[in-house]
Design a protein around this ligand. Structure first.
Ligand code: 6PG
Length: 230
């Protein structure tokens, strides 16, 4: 449907402004309904944002933090997004926040979809905020164009809000929010940096189908706040 561009001169300016914008939305949700929920993405881009957001004072004990996706690994594994969030966001003021894991100790993520769905739907759902990243292949969360599950992951009629995916271009089985659960959020942010990813996004939106570039599926079905710095 539309993209609202928030462009910053550099990453530091982006992190400062974006962290305060997120804090403001969380505070507003808490004042309106007593709690707030936010799904964040993994990868390298969000780390400075997490550290800045963690230092902002707000009623973190009323905030539920979850993930847009996680790798199907133990929470102590170096590839774990849960580990990334606990080490970089749930510190300082934000250490009082509640975390909702996307992972169980089941050997196959597919068997855990219903369990994780219940967890996600037991907090403020639809999620108040979803922060997405994007890979250079146009994937977002763990909705990978290369995975066999992409058609179902983009199915807006899908009942379960999460889906187990197996990318061929990246390691580990994943648990991901479905497209339907992402676009149900009133505040969707796509946080990317650099000219290359900006070009990937523009090409995806202009020249590709949603199944080829899943980030397009999000942009076609919601208003996405693009938060970008060179
Ligand atoms: C993950 C993320 C994924 C990420 C992109 C961008 O688990 O890897 O959720 O969707 O947002 O791959 O990652 P970078 O920020 O590291 O480029």
């Amino acid at each position: 449907m539309s993209i609202v561009l928030d462009e910053y001169a550099n990453s530091d300016a982006l992190v400062s402004a974006f962290s305060h914008k997120l804090a403001s939305i969380l505070k507003q949700s808490i004042s309106q309904k007593g709690s707030a929920s936010i799904a964040v993405s993994g990868g390298s881009t969000p780390k400075p944002l997490f550290q800045a957001l963690s230092q902002i004072s707000l009623p973190w004990n009323k905030v539920y933090i979850t993930l847009a996706d996680d790798r199907w690994v133990d929470a102590t594994h170096e590839a774990s997004n849960e580990k990334l969030v606990k080490e970089n966001l749930m510190i300082n003021e934000a250490s009082a926040a509640n975390f909702v894991s996307l992972v169980t100790d089941d050997g196959d993520a597919k068997n855990a979809e219903s369990t994780i769905a219940k967890r996600i739907q037991s907090i403020d759902f639809p999620l108040d905020i979803v922060i997405l990243g994007m890979g250079e292949d146009g994937h977002t969360a763990s909705l990978f164009p290369c995975s066999e599950q992409i058609q179902e992951g983009l199915n807006l009629q899908r009942k379960l809000p999460v889906i187990a995916t197996q990318p061929t271009s990246a390691p580990h089985q994943r648990m991901s929010l479905s497209l339907a659960s992402i676009v149900a959020s009133p505040h969707i942010f796509l946080h990317i940096t650099g000219d290359k990813k900006r070009a990937v996004l523009e090409t995806a939106l202009a020249n590709h189908s949603a199944i080829e570039k899943p980030i397009k599926a999000v942009c076609d079905n919601s208003t996405v706040n693009l938060v970008w710095a060179p």
